[in-house]
Design a protein around this ligand. Structure first.
Ligand SMILES: Nc1ncnc2c1ncn2[C@@H]1O[C@H](COP(=O)(O)OP(=O)(O)OP(=O)(O)O)[C@@H](O)[C@H]1O
Ligand SMILES: [Mg+2]
Length: 380
């Protein structure tokens, strides 16, 4: 997966060898009159500095709850939340507010600008609160940020006197006021028309280019395609994003259930993953690096067929036709390979549960079978 590179590394605030955002075994249970409701279950999530991540999932899947764990607006019932190495789940309220003011820019769906303050005063507020910059600098910086988001001409109006799109851009300027390394946005364009949404996304892309890390809840599929990482939630659990890429037609329930059964394996450069003629027992999705596919011949020589990269799957042909492996698959010589592995039984179960997925994978297998045939013939 192509990761966005920072132009400005020192702004990213990441750890040398760690993750900027690191949730470990996070659970969130809401206590309600009807009993305990588990909104997040066993969340392990790591986000690197400079990533632009979209959080997607159906209404009620736990997106806002997850975001609130990361901003410290709410706390996990169990588990740990490290931001840039800081265990924020251990903070008291005062520590949390001070830390958040300096480290997190938060953009809400409904802007949440203070109605009695002017636009520029709203943007100055986080700087005042955290005593960042001198008072004069605060005003200048706020005006500069408003220029960046193209609403400087409205600086001295009250929020209610500007449009929804303009209010949201003010909210983004406010989120950037203290130059936080992380910006978290919960459906920032939920109330905007598509043209204004586009402007907000473009601004986020620019901020990522400048080295910010952005985590954004969105319902917009087009946007989810444009980010460097998609985090998919279903029923309070994270679904394996590579499984979604391989089998996009599965239901959330099927994705959650299969995600929990995925095993991750690593192979050294050149190491075999599948051997031709062996009995098939697994289905693989490449999650890092590349694999090469070869046809082995009786005299020992091999014909190269294809290379599969991140997000592509292999091992489906023999599983679908219930025959032995038709080719050998090895980790590429140049790099280590990581794969997500599904057992034959789980794979077969998914195929029987989702006719559309079965058909999509069957079609791909047929295409590959032809290309193996061509490679075999070409080599004669
Ligand atoms: N304070 C609360 N008390 C009890 N249950 C809650 C509370 N907040 C959220 N929930 C429940 O937890 C689940 C997850 O809620 P959350 O707001 O995180 O979902 P979401 O994915 O953000 O949904 P949406 O797309 O509608 O914003 C929902 O079933 C919701 O009803
Ligand atoms: Mg929500």
């Amino acid at each position: 997966m192509a990761k966005k590179k920072n132009k400005n590394g020192n702004n990213a605030g990441g750890l040398e060898n760690g993750h900027l955002i690191d949730l470990r075994d996070v659970h969130k249970v809401y206590k309600t009159d009807a009993g305990d409701f588990p909104a997040l279950k066993d969340i392990d999530l790591k986000i690197n500095a400079g990533e632009f991540a979209a959080v997607i999932g159906k209404s009620g899947s736990g997106k806002s709850t997850l975001i609130n764990m990361i901003t410290g607006i709410d706390r996990p019932s169990q588990g740990e939340v490290f931001i840039d190495g800081t265990p924020i789940h251990l903070f008291n309220e005062g520590q949390m507010a001070r830390w958040r003011g300096r480290n997190m820019g938060i953009v809400f769906q409904f802007f949440q600008l203070l109605p009695t303050l002017s636009v520029v005063e709203n943007v100055m507020l986080p700087m005042d609160f955290c005593r960042m910059f001198t008072p004069r600098e605060r005003y200048e910086r706020a005006m500069h940020l408003l220029e960046l988001v193209d609403v400087a001409e409205h600086a001295h109006k009250l929020p209610t006197a500007v449009s929804g799109g303009q209010q949201q851009r003010v909210a983004i300027a406010r989120a950037m006021a203290n130059d936080p390394p992380i910006i978290v946005a919960d459906e920032p364009t939920g109330n905007l028309d598509s043209r204004t949404s586009e402007a907000v996304y473009a601004l986020f892309e620019e901020l990522v280019e400048q080295g910010k890390t952005i985590l954004m809840v969105t319902h917009d599929d087009d946007m989810a395609q444009r980010v460097s990482r998609t985090i998919i939630l279903a029923d309070g659990e994270i679904v394996n994003e590579y499984l979604v890429r391989a089998m996009p037609s599965l239901t959330p329930e099927q994705l959650v259930s299969a995600s929990n059964k995925i095993e991750c394996q690593t192979f050294a450069p050149g190491e075999p993953i599948i051997l031709q003629d062996a009995e098939p027992d697994k289905f693989y999705i490449v999650t890092k690096g590349e694999v090469d596919i070869f046809l082995s011949h009786h005299d020992g020589h091999e014909t190269y067929v294809d290379t599969m990269g991140v997000g592509q799957y292999f091992g489906e042909m023999a599983l679908l036709s219930d025959s032995n492996r038709t080719a050998t698959v090895r980790a590429s010589r140049t790099s280590e390979v990581e794969v997500a592995v599904l057992d034959k039984a789980v794979f077969n179960e998914l195929m029987s549960q989702s006719e559309v997925t079965h058909e999509e994978i069957r079609r791909e297998a047929a295409r590959r079978s032809e290309s193996q045939e061509r490679a075999r013939n070409g080599d004669r």
